[in-house]
Ligand binder design. Structure first.
Ligand code: FAE
Length: 547
């Protein structure tokens, strides 16, 4: 039973519908094979990095969704833009001829400056999965705070490089809880459609989905959801479905059907590099400096802002420190990156005029993972497409939306795997720790209990109906819930609190926040379409009023 409200939207159709959706993000990948010790390749080619002493009209910190929208629209308005990105450009093949490593074989490319992987699914069938790897500026950062590990993409394209591509617009009736100060008519009439079109969002062909071997796991998920009376909804994605069909026939190199996702997709997924960033570069007004990390922003004596930037090597060492000036600075370093920078700059006196909302209102989008052990007659398939297409929507009744996620191990696991987005009310705060010189986050692992309770409204019922049990081998020994992590950090510089209603930071003209840190902790669905749409809204206003 497909929900007609989420069907057939496509990148053009989205504007016609008050469409829904709901889902979680991706799987939590499984690595069953491969020690990862390949030799390191040369550094990815860097496009003319910013020079020390440069003066730029607009400097964008980060190249994820918010940063890419800002860069494109500013450039189209005639503004010269420089984007600063701490990760690599991801445009050069490694030693195996591919740019990105496979999900099941993490190697030096997979993790940000770690010597051992930290995979979201840490165990399988009782075996720990993590491997030693060479320390490298890899694509997935598993950033550890005291009570939670926050997974983030690193590189030109930010989270779009590593995510599951689930491109979900919240149900309109839920929007006022997502962004209370934003006009919903404008968002659903103009900015969500603009974002969906810009990102290339579309639905899987339902007829193909019904028979494709690679979505057997999702069909099993649907059967179990419906037998327990839960609404099962299809959700859009940014994957190129025609490409996936060709993967299935063997006509093209495999990507989603090779399980690629967490450490990048070599083909098929429309990451920001293929849409917003490509268009931004094509204007001729946008330059990107990869392997450059912003460490400070402060008012400059002659107006504008002084920005300090560390240039780093692929082993993470600082090779140069550059001071540049910018008339305007856009913070687009992601919820964690932007919050950490602003918290530090306020506490250390470089931007003392920032208000007391800085660092507050951070949430995990209620992420929690779990698996269920199916009976032998409910095989989920050896071949599983890494791009999720559907979920179980129990938000109104139980506060959970559960993505039916893949476990692309290459073997039959008889497991159903889910990432739930839940209505978790807990919010954490970033604070400056002068003793360590770092920014802390006060999230506690126990704060996931509301998420577990919400997810149980779905899976306890399904288990009872099917006579099945939870998997206890995926997150440790005898541990059911993946409650130690999030893929969806949100908040820390909340719209209309830390900033005005369009992202301009209180206390400073010319400083803007334009990423997931504006959203107060939960979007009820996967967040990147909302982050993109809000950025489209805000940058239009900023260009009209400030430039
Ligand atoms: P983001 O995309 O994180 O970009 C920030 C960029 O800034 C990054 O490239 C950083 O490297 C860079 N940066 C940070 N600090 C600095 C600094 N000091 N100097 C220079 N550069 C810096 O931010 N969302 C969905 O909607 N659907 C999904 O299916 C989905 N699946 C996911 C799966 C995984 C494994 C992960 C990790 C995330 C997933 N997400 C998904 C979340 C989504 O990718 C995330 O919400 C957005 O990427 C956040 O966008 P921002 O623009 O806020």
């Amino acid at each position: 039973m497909n929900d007609p409200a989420v069907r057939g939207t496509g990148s053009k159709g989205v504007s016609r519908r008050g469409f829904i959706a709901g889902t979680g993000s991706i799987l939590g990948a499984v690595a069953l094979a491969g020690h990862a010790t390949a030799a390191q390749p040369k550094a990815a080619s860097a496009a003319a990095p910013i020079e020390a002493g440069a003066h730029v009209p607009a400097l964008v910190i980060g190249t994820g969704y918010g940063g890419s929208v800002a860069a494109l629209r500013l450039a189209q308005a005639g503004v010269e833009v420089h984007m600063i990105e701490m990760g690599m450009s991801w445009d050069t093949p490694g030693t195996d001829g591919k740019i990105f490593a496979n999900t099941t074989k993490p190697d030096y490319r997979s993790f940000w400056l770690r010597t051992r992987t930290k995979q979201p699914l840490s165990n399988f069938l009782g075996f720990p999965l993590d491997k030693d790897v060479s320390r490298y500026t890899g694509i997935l950062d598993a950033e550890e705070f005291s009570g939670i590990t926050v997974y983030q993409g690193r590189g030109v394209g930010g989270g779009s490089l590593v995510n599951g591509g689930m491109a979900v617009t919240p149900k309109r009736e839920r929007f006022s809880a997502v962004l209370p100060s934003v006009n919903a008519d404008e968002m659903y009439g103009t900015y969500y459609p603009r974002a969906n079109a810009g990102l290339g969002v579309s639905h899987v062909d339902p007829a193909w989905w019904e028979s494709a071997a690679c979505y057997q796991y999702a069909r099993v998920g649907r059967k179990h959801a419906q037998r327990s009376g839960f609404p099962f909804v299809f959700v859009p994605n940014v994957y190129d479905w025609d490409y996936m069909k060709q993967e299935a026939t063997g006509a093209v190199p495999k990507s989603a059907l090779e399980g690629e996702v967490l450490y990048g997709n070599n083909y098929g997924k429309k990451s920001l590099q293929k849409n917003y960033i490509a268009q931004a570069k094509a204007t001729g007004r946008v330059t990107i400096s990869p392997l450059h990390k912003v460490t400070s922003v402060a008012p400059a004596a002659g107006g504008g802002y002084t920005v300090l930037i560390d240039q780093i090597s692929t082993s993470g060492n600082t090779t140069a420190t550059k001071t540049v000036t910018a008339d305007r600075v856009f913070f687009a370093a992601g919820s964690v990156g932007t919050s950490k920078l602003l918290t530090k700059l306020k506490a250390t006196g470089l931007l003392p005029g920032l208000n007391n909302e800085i660092g507050k209102g951070w949430g995990d989008n209620g992420n929690v993972m779990c698996g269920r052990a199916n009976h032998m007659w409910d095989a989920t398939g050896k071949l599983q497409a890494s791009m999720p297409t559907a979920g179980i929507d129990n938000w109104d009744a139980g506060g959970a939306f559960a993505e039916v996620a893949p476990l692309p191990t290459g073997i039959e696991t008889y497991a159903s795997f889910y990432l739930s987005i839940t209505k978790n009310p807990n919010r954490a705060e970033f604070s400056w720790n002068a003793a360590t010189g770092k920014v802390d986050l006060n999230w506690q692992t126990a704060w996931k209990q509301p998420s577990i309770d919400a997810a149980k409204t779905i899976f306890d019922k399904i288990n009872a109906k099917e006579g099945t049990i939870y998997r206890t081998d995926l997150f440790g020994a005898y541990k059911i819930w993946g409650d130690h992590l999030t893929y969806h950090p949100l908040g820390g510089a909340v719209l209309n609190k830390a900033t005005d209603n369009y992202g301009c930071l209180h206390g400073y003209s010319g400083l803007y926040v334009i990423d997931g840190s504006l959203i107060p902790g939960n979007t009820s669905v996967n967040p990147f379409v909302t982050i993109t749409a809000l950025a489209e809204r805000n940058i239009e206003k900023i260009i009209a009023t400030d430039l």
